[in-house]
Design a protein around this ligand. Structure first.
Ligand SMILES: CC(C)(COP(=O)(O)OP(=O)(O)OC[C@H]1O[C@@H](n2cnc3c(N)ncnc32)[C@H](O)[C@@H]1OP(=O)(O)O)[C@@H](O)C(=O)NCCC(=O)NCCS
Length: 179
């Protein structure tokens, strides 16, 4: 049975985590040019305006389908500079994922957004998880800055770009969010 989720808007330092909107189309089109983002998300390649709008519609459907919260990371009323998602799993757990546009990197956007969504997530779930490729230092440093702890290496855990990849498993429990 489908259990729809309620929409949320969260403040994350100077950023707002909000539902995607039509004025985020240029952001989705920019994200489609990143070498990794389309491999780990449903950002389409190639991405024209229609494809970007379809991506935005899919993010809204995640709520009605109960599959999770997919939020744009934005500053004020400006278009999105990134995305962060919280995906319910089994046994009162949920996993998170995120990306930041190349033009907005280097300002701890992911860690700031992750801290806010993790606080919300720990109000709903007993354990939060993240999966990160070992080479992706910017991602796992962002996670560690928030308090996520590395539990180990999941061997050949996921297909990314047509290859089985090892992924670090990170987790966060209630009371562990830093700051
Ligand atoms: C991962 C990602 C979201 C981080 O973006 P960001 O919030 O702008 O991160 P920053 O550039 O501020 O870097 C975060 C930390 O990593 C460090 N870092 C960044 N690039 C690094 C590199 N190449 N080598 C080592 N450290 C690096 C920064 O110094 C910073 O460290 P600090 O927290 O100790 O100050 C962004 O790189 C991205 O979108 N990548 C593609 C998608 C992706 O990888 N998503 C996550 C999948 S698990």
């Amino acid at each position: 049975m489908l259990t729809p989720l309620l929409p949320i808007i969260l403040q994350a330092g100077p950023f707002t985590l909000r539902p995607f909107a039509d004025h985020d189309v240029p952001s989705i089109m920019e994200a489609a040019h990143d070498p990794l983002i389309p491999l780990i998300t449903t950002v389409p390649v190639p991405c024209d305006e229609a494809a970007a709008l379809a991506f935005i519609t899919r993010q809204h459907e995640r709520l009605s389908l109960g599959t999770g919260w997919s939020l744009a990371i934005a500053e004020g009323d400006a278009p999105a500079i990134g995305q962060i998602g919280l995906w319910p799993g089994k046994r009162e757990t949920a996993s998170l994922g995120y990306w930041v546009l190349p033009s907005a990197r280097g300002r701890s956007v992911a860690a700031t957004a992750l801290a806010a969504l993790s606080r919300f997530g720990l109000g709903q779930f007993a354990r939060l998880e993240l999966y990160v490729e070992p080479w992706n230092t910017a991602s796992w440093r962002s996670a560690e800055r928030v308090g996520y702890q590395r539990e180990g290496l999941m061997r050949s855990f996921q297909d990314i770009g047509g290859e089985r990849k090892d992924l670090y498993l990170y987790s966060l429990l209630p009371g562990e969010v830093v700051g």
